[in-house]
Design a protein. Structure first.
Length: 116
């Protein structure tokens, strides 16, 4: 089960529990929702610790770690005023894979405690 509360712009799909290692889903931006508040567009971009959010309302799944290593929950989903940052079911990864990706993006860095 994936826990999502889109009504409040909060989403933590890292709580998915299965008999196997849980797989997380990197995020994507629903352009139609983002475009409904154009004067606020871009609020998510500066807070992305991996520079995964592009200027064309896209999230690069090769850079998205769901904020594993930086925040306790996906930061873009928390701050998006339009609830446009949502899980992308086409890209599933385990926490272990997300942390490995974070380490590759931040060589020599230490992940923030409680973020993985």
């Amino acid at each position: 089960m994936v826990l999502i509360d889109i009504t409040k712009g909060k989403c933590d799909n890292r709580k998915e529990e299965t008999g196997e290692e849980a797989k997380s889903i990197p995020y994507k931006i629903i352009t139609e929702k983002c475009a409904t508040v154009p004067w606020l567009c871009g609020d998510c971009r500066p807070g992305c610790p991996n520079k995964a959010i592009g200027t064309a309302h896209t999230i690069d799944p090769s850079r998205c770690t769901e904020c594993v290593g930086a925040y306790k929950a996906p930061h873009c989903a928390e701050i998006c005023p339009a609830s446009a940052c949502v899980p992308d079911p086409e890209h599933r990864e385990t926490k272990k894979q997300l942390l490995a990706k974070w380490r590759k993006l931040h060589p020599g860095g230490n992940p923030a405690p409680g973020t993985y």
